[in-house]
Design a protein around this ligand. Structure first.
Ligand SMILES: [Zn+2]
Length: 504
């Protein structure tokens, strides 16, 4: 096994443009240039790590030095092609600026550019992380790029082209390499596993592709490790163990508690995850990814997974969109949070607070049976009705502060608490009546000022809100992480500041 996994990434390094995964645009342009024999002297490849910059540069080097002639399809068999593949070509000078900042060394090398190639058509300089060259090396490079000898080609690669002086940028043909997609990486992983006749769980390769996050090199390096770890087999359980990923089932359980509005279960579950030293940053990403899957299942209805289907019936797509946004923002803030656990908890609490508000409204509305004649006889029915009718602005505030008194065939009589007499303007009363008459076209309205003998809807809502906040504040202050924070800074968290949580 060991000889396998040590060399996989190198063994499957693409040797031709045909084997190269992704980078369609760059590939096409280079092939056109090569086949037209239209060769610039400087090429700059920009892109994040592991997307194929030096791989492309090496294929390009073979293309112009192959003994069969210049073309986009180097033979791969002549001594020069073989030497380049093995990293032994005397006329391909590979430099890593990240490790060669010593001025003299680099300058000497660049000054040798005037000498003819030893045996090939071109003397090729492949300079990786070129933005890290020292100032004097840069000057040497610039001088060379200004008046390049016919026999020299410069292939420059960088992860950060913004750090390159314009003078260099303007003398090179620039190619911006894209991060590889999940599918491009997954395809290559499968190809390698199949070629090696090794067994694997496809979803495990999917996790590796996710981990690669656009970088084939990172994904392949994890594939190497996991093959070694699993003694030739790649499974989900092994990947999870290696990366400290939270198991998919755990994420499902967490989402279920969240959708059930079970704050206690959510907090306990997070404590448990943290206790097991799970990686909560990854867990939050997995949660975002789950929201995405559920959302797709709701809208497109193609998800075959029963669990996802079940979850998709427990939450509205609107809430999911908000949750997704909250989880993404939570991930961004994770690095700033006092601890992973606090960052994770606060994100989940935010979702709970948001959902409980939304649910309060939804439940009340769903209880309504729409009457055609006004047929109510108690406060509860009045409240249910008011929630269904969608009063606007001042009218809504007025309505929620009234108590049902009685209703005759034509007139609804309500009582408004004396202290809210200022709500009773003509304009607001008219707006309230207009909304009522959309359903009960002949209805008249009488609002008496008085002393309320029961709780209004507004009072109930305030009470529910205060209780909810009290619970959240208690949970927050009882949190181990928060208590530790208080001890560490020898301070007390201002309880009133806790309700300042942004809902979105
Ligand atoms: Zn060749």
């Amino acid at each position: 096994m060991s000889e396998h996994y040590q060399v996989l990434a190198r063994k499957y390094r693409p040797h031709s443009f045909a084997e190269l995964v992704g980078q369609t645009h760059t590939k096409k342009t280079l092939i056109n240039l090569l086949d037209a024999n239209n060769l610039h002297h400087g090429f700059l490849f920009t892109g994040t790590r592991g997307v194929g910059k030096t791989t492309i540069a090496r294929i390009f080097a073979k293309s112009i030095n192959c003994e069969q002639g210049i073309s986009s399809t180097p033979c791969g068999k002549c001594p020069t092609c073989i030497e380049i593949d093995k990293g032994q070509s005397i006329d391909l000078i590979e430099l890593d600026a990240a490790s060669h900042t010593g001025v003299d060394n680099m300058r000497d090398i660049l000054e040798n550019v005037q000498y003819m190639p030893s045996k090939n058509r071109y003397k090729i300089y492949l300079i990786d992380e070129v933005h890290m060259l020292s100032k004097s090396s840069f000057n040497a490079l610039l001088k060379t790029l200004e008046e390049p000898p016919e026999h020299a080609k410069f292939l420059l690669a960088t992860t950060d082209s913004q750090k390159l002086p314009l003078t260099v940028l303007s003398r090179c043909l620039q190619f911006t390499l894209q991060q590889l997609t999940h599918d491009e990486i997954l395809g290559q992983l499968k190809f390698i596993m199949d070629a090696e006749a090794l067994s694997y769980e496809e979803s495990a390769l999917g996790q590796i592709a996710d981990f690669g996050n656009g970088s084939m090199r990172d994904a392949l390096s994890l594939l190497d490790q996991s093959i070694s770890y699993g003694k030739g087999t790649v499974t989900n359980a092994d990947i999870k163990a290696m990366l400290g990923l939270v198991h998919h089932d755990d994420i499902i359980k967490l989402a279920t508690h969240l959708f059930n509005q079970d704050a206690k279960a959510v907090i306990n579950f997070i404590k448990d995850l943290s206790h097991r030293s799970e990686n909560l940053t990854n867990a939050l990403k997995d949660l975002s990814s789950l929201f995405h899957k559920i959302s797709i299942a709701q809208i497109v209805d193609i998800e075959s997974n029963k669990t996802i289907q079940n979850l998709s019936t427990q939450i509205s797509n609107f809430d999911l969109q908000i949750f997704y946004q909250m989880s993404i923002n939570g991930s961004k803030d994770m690095a700033l949070a006092p601890s992973e656990q606090i960052g994770f908890e606060m994100t989940l609490l935010r979702m709970l607070v948001f959902r409980s508000d939304a649910q309060l409204d939804a439940e009340e509305i769903s209880n309504v049976v729409e009457p055609t004649t006004l047929d109510i006889n108690n406060q509860q029915q009045w409240e249910t009705l008011t929630q269904a009718l969608e009063f606007k602005g001042g009218a809504q505030i007025l309505v929620e502060n009234t108590l049902f008194d009685n209703v005759s065939s034509t007139t609804l009589t309500l009582t408004l608490d004396n202290q809210f007499a200022n709500l009773l303007s003509d304009h607001v009363q008219k707006s309230m009546l207009t909304t009522l008459r959309q359903k009960f076209s002949t209805l008249n309205l009488v609002i008496n000022l008085g002393k309320p003998n029961a709780q209004t809807l507004a009072q109930k809502k305030t009470q529910v809100h205060n209780e909810k906040m009290k619970k959240i504040q208690e949970q927050f202050l009882n949190d181990r992480g928060v208590q530790k924070l208080e001890r560490t800074f020898d301070t007390k968290i201002n309880i009133n500041s806790i309700k300042e949580i942004n809902h979105v």
